[in-house]
Design a protein around this ligand. Structure first.
Ligand code: SF4
Length: 473
């Protein structure tokens, strides 16, 4: 997927004006959040599981080279051919070579964000391989000729009405707004492809070092069909997907679907170990695993290494007020939302992605929901500091932040400002809000009212209450 991260502001303006997109986003993100909250409430061990999952992911990163070496040895023992790709071009070249050597003209594919990261489909198609997406959301956007807009719900930006019109236009199917009917259409269209494809392509949710297993977590069962029906299975996965042991899976699986969609468990969890053995009813005769670095080794050595703990659940995306307003396409690359705002600068480079660390209100919600406890808000602040060091901030921004810091670090000046703000607000605010702020601040009130400050500043309340002991109240 060609990055368009620099156009974040322009893309966001377009997204705000798109009524259909706003309807689609509000329907889906609200549902995800509601379901997640219910699933967490029903699972009292959630916080404990977060601690354990965070430790497992940290352990994997602390000794990544050893775990990767073990994974490669175990996967090879069980018949897999393991390839290492330094970057996107190398991954594309390896995938194209595998397709050629295996005589592939049709490939079925399950959802894989890393395949999007390296532009895998385009590379195979350029070599004459038809690649058919089989995840329903991916199938929809492939028909529409669009990139995904969410890591677990790639067609989140489309309403059922959009999908009905698309199926009518591209497939000649009668218009229907019934989701089960739309799903049946996709299943009917895809069934033959599963049986005639020579190769299945998938990503991996986890790679287990001690068994050489590839773990796929899906809700539609297409991942399992992609991995077992065609003669060849090609897996593409980031090196960060490795976990030390198969026994680590239960705790990770107790968090991933709950955080992603609010399910206690996804409909299909497939642990795929090696090629088809004698006596197996199905399975691939050939298994290729491409392990992609694409900047991850560099990230591992730096101050943002914890982002590699990510298990791609999408919870931080769903909870982010910025994503809820602009959707995934505005971010201009594969990973949207808070996780994307950290990953894009690290993989594509900060100059290429510099709007993204600022695409956050720093409300902290992403850090609170992350099942592996990645401190995303702190990383976004740190990246803003890096922007300044790399000369990517405008002089006005630098000056503004200096002025802000100097006020915030001097109690007397802050107090004086609060007094002035109190007087001004009494003049400007009507019914405890202001509908339009002037000059450079107008962006704040473009899509919402600016609330009036509290009648009494906190500092004043604090001063007044400081001397009062609780028992004297
Ligand atoms: S950063 Fe955390 S919340 Fe966001 S996708 Fe990754 S694991 Fe999920």
């Amino acid at each position: 997927m060609e990055p368009r991260v620099r156009h974040f502001v322009r893309n966001s303006e377009k997204a705000f004006a798109d009524r259909q997109l706003q309807v689609a986003l509000s329907r889906t993100t609200a549902k995800f959040l509601e379901n997640r909250a219910a699933a967490v409430a029903e699972f009292p061990r959630f916080e404990g599981a977060r601690e354990s999952a965070s430790r497992i992911r940290q352990e994997a990163l602390d000794n990544l080279d050893a775990h990767l070496a073990r994974f490669i040895t175990e996967a090879r023992k069980r018949g897999a051919v393991v390839h290492a790709a330094r970057d996107g071009p190398e991954a594309r070249e390896i995938a194209a070579r595998i397709a050629k050597e295996e005589g592939v003209s049709l490939a079925v594919k399950s959802k894989s964000m890393i395949a999007e990261e390296v532009g895998l489909n385009g590379a195979l198609e350029a070599d004459g391989v038809e690649v058919v997406e089989t995840d329903l959301g991916e199938y929809i956007i492939q028909l529409a000729g669009e990139p995904p807009s969410h890591i677990i719900a790639p067609a989140i930006h489309k309403t059922r009405e959009d999908v009905s019109r698309l199926f009518e236009e591209k497939l000649g199917e009668p218009y229907t707004e019934e989701i089960p009917a739309l799903t049946r259409i996709a299943r009917r269209r895809l069934r033959d492809k599963f049986f005639s494809a020579q190769m299945g392509i998938s990503g991996a949710n986890f790679l287990c070092a001690d068994t050489g297993s590839v773990v796929l977590v899906t809700n539609e069962g297409n991942g399992r069909m992609v991995a077992t029906l065609p003669r060849v299975h090609m897996v593409i996965a980031g090196i960060d997907k490795v976990i030390p042991r198969l026994a680590d899976l239960p705790v990770l699986l107790s968090l991933l679907p709950r955080s992603a969609t609010g399910q206690a468990l996804s409909s299909y969890v497939s642990v795929l170990t090696g090629t088809k053995r004698a006596g197996d009813a199905e399975g691939p005769e050939r298994l290729h695993i491409i392990l992609l670095d694409n900047g991850r080794t560099g990230i591992l050595q730096g101050k943002y290494r914890e982002i590699l703990k990510c298990i791609r659940c999408g919870a931080c995306i769903n909870v982010c007020p910025v994503f809820q307003s602009v959707g995934g396409h505005a971010y201009g690359w594969v990973y949207p939302g808070p996780v994307g705002s950290v990953l894009a600068p690290l993989i594509l480079g900060l100059p290429e992605s510099s709007p993204l660390p600022n695409a956050s209100t720093l409300c902290g919600a992403c850090g609170e929901v992350c099942p592996v406890k990645i401190p995303i808000p702190g990383m976004l602040v740190e990246l803003r500091g890096d922007e300044r060091e790399q000369g990517l901030k405008t002089p006005a921004e630098v000056l503004g932040m200096k002025a802000y810091a100097s006020v915030m670090s001097r109690a007397g000046i802050l107090e004086a400002f609060q007094r002035v703000a109190g007087v001004v607000s009494a003049l400007l605010f009507k019914e405890r809000k202001i509908e339009r702020l002037p000059f450079a601040f107008s962006g704040w009130t473009e899509r919402r009212d600016f609330p009036a400050p509290a009648p009494q500043p906190f500092r004043k309340l604090w001063k007044r209450q400081r001397g009062i002991r609780p028992w004297t109240r």
